[in-house]
Design a binder for this molecule. Structure first.
Ligand code: SDX
Length: 435
């Protein structure tokens, strides 16, 4: 634990003379934390925080978010600078190692990833077990989980070399599996990865090329894809990262842990939101229909949410959303799409929402998912592939967080407690005596 004690907070039980002084641990930036590890042993009580909105589950040096200021740092570097100046592979190295690579380190790391992009040939047959209309996230989750059936030489999580090779294999193979889930769904042949292409170029190549003719990746779209991957790479202890950490805390192998993260990311409240935003925009259909939709959102009984808006941590604009909006215009310009009705609708919807007290009072702003779907649709991705792309990017964040957890000497198996409100102890009643 490298947080420093920075005073204390005392909890006392009303009506008793029991109290406990809890150490306050300070990090480098951000709120201090009250160390409650001795709370139950001294006062016989737990804390209660469904959804862990106010609970630090771990110490981490990877990503820092200031939700009030709309700040996102990867290993201390602002997301705006990394999105502007760094490649995704550079960012992947930074998240994994903690420092930006020098030229030799970047070349070596990039080569390591490029040389692990192929899949074991037998993995191709896994795809044939799925229906062609299976959701790509179901296929991605299944095939990534199956990787642990193929790589027995990298399952010892206590071995740093096994952890290193597993990191390369997952970062390199998930894009191949992702692209193949799409090719399988549309009945086209799988395109093998090419070592002469960059990470983003290779992914677009495997998604769009066919064996019948040469395919040249559009450099503007490759640059946009590379930036989108950077924006989605990591995000502190979000639901899917916490899932990976919890799975990893039991000693499960990294392939199984990443498959668990993919499953968690799939939910519409999390990574599935980009797909839900497109569906929402299509359902609204026209700018004129926005007021009616907004009134539905404000009606609690409708259970309708403005997808792509709101965030557990950001109570200001998600810095990634701003960069996404700019990238949206670049991609549409490159593709010669002058007026994309979905983008026009999204911009108008955002404008109206940001002036409406319901959203302003709840500090609901666009998050990373609000514009991503529009870009991806314009680039030719089907809506069902949006969350798959999010998973491709987040794999490096999941691995970095998993690695940090495994190497943390204070790490224990994750095992939350509960507030029990069920029946008190009672005896079994023979069936003839039941009402
Ligand atoms: C991601 O955690 C991460 O870091 C995730 C992520 C990452 O990179 O890993 O950033 C990626 O998951 C982004 C979020 C994508 N999800 C969506 O866009 C789905 C729509 N948004 C929400 O469902 C919601 O905002 C959450 C789930 C993102 C956050 O929910 P919270 O923090 O639990 O907030 P809440 O549900 O307690 O809402 C507080 C209030 C409620 O109203 P009241 O009960 O106070 O009257 O705000 C309302 C909510 O009803 N509200 C919304 C809303 N989000 C919250 N109302 C309408 N539309 C919304 N989108």
């Amino acid at each position: 634990m490298s947080g420093t004690t920075n005073g204390s907070v005392t909890i006392s039980l009303d009506g008793t003379n029991q109290s406990l002084k809890l150490p306050l641990l300070a990090g480098t930036i951000g709120p201090s934390v009250a160390d409650i590890r001795k709370l139950y042993g001294n006062l016989g009580i737990f804390t209660f925080d469904p959804g862990y909105g106010e609970t630090a589950s771990c110490e981490s040096k990877i990503t820092y978010i200031d939700g009030d200021q709309g700040v996102l740092l990867y290993r201390g570097y602002p997301i705006e600078e990394l999105a502007e100046y760094a490649s995704f592979i550079e960012v992947a190295y930074l998240l994994l190692s903690g420092e930006l690579p020098n030229a030799a380190q970047l070349k070596d790391f990039d080569a390591g990833v490029r040389n692990h992009t192929m899949l074991h040939e037998q993995l191709r047959r896994f795809f044939e077990g799925f229906r062609r209309d299976a959701h790509p996230m179901a296929v991605l989750c299944g095939v990534v989980g199956a990787l642990s059936a193929f790589y027995h030489d990298s399952l010892d999580i206590t071995n740093p070399e096994h952890r290193r090779i597993s990191a390369f294999r997952l970062i390199a193979k998930v894009p191949t599996i992702a692209a193949w889930t799409y090719k399988y769904a549309i009945g086209q042949p799988f395109m093998y990865p090419r070592n002469d292409l960059s990470y983003a170029e290779n992914f677009l190549y495997m998604m769009n090329a066919v064996p019948a003719e040469p395919y040249k990746v559009n450099p503007v779209l490759a640059a946009a894809m590379d930036r989108i991957l950077t924006l989605h790479a990591d995000h502190e202890q979000n639901a899917s990262t916490s899932t990976v950490r919890l799975a990893g805390s039991t000693g499960a192998n990294p392939f199984a842990c990443i498959a668990a993260g993919i499953a968690s990311l799939w939910g519409p409240a999390h990574g599935g939101a980009n797909e839900a935003v497109l569906r929402m925009l299509s359902e609204i259909g026209h700018v004129k229909a926005i007021p009616e939709f907004i009134s539905k959102v404000k009606d609690r009984n409708s259970h309708v949410r403005l997808m792509g808006f709101g965030h557990r941590v950001y109570k200001n604009y998600d810095p990634r959303a701003k960069i996404m909006q700019r990238t949206c215009h670049e991609v549409l310009d490159e593709l010669g799409i002058k007026d994309d009705p979905l983008l026009d609708l999204a911009v108008e919807l955002e404008k109206i929402a940001l002036e409406d007290d319901y959203f302003v009072s709840r500090k609901l702003y666009p998050n990373v998912d609000f514009y991503s779907g529009i870009i991806l649709k314009a680039m030719g991705f089907p809506t069902s592939m949006f969350t798959v792309l999010f998973a491709v990017a987040r794999t490096v964040g999941w691995i970095s967080q998993w690695q940090e957890m495994i190497e943390d000497p204070s790490q224990r198996i994750g095992r939350p407690r509960q507030l029990y409100t069920g029946p008190t102890q009672r005896s079994y009643l023979p069936i003839e005596k039941r009402a």
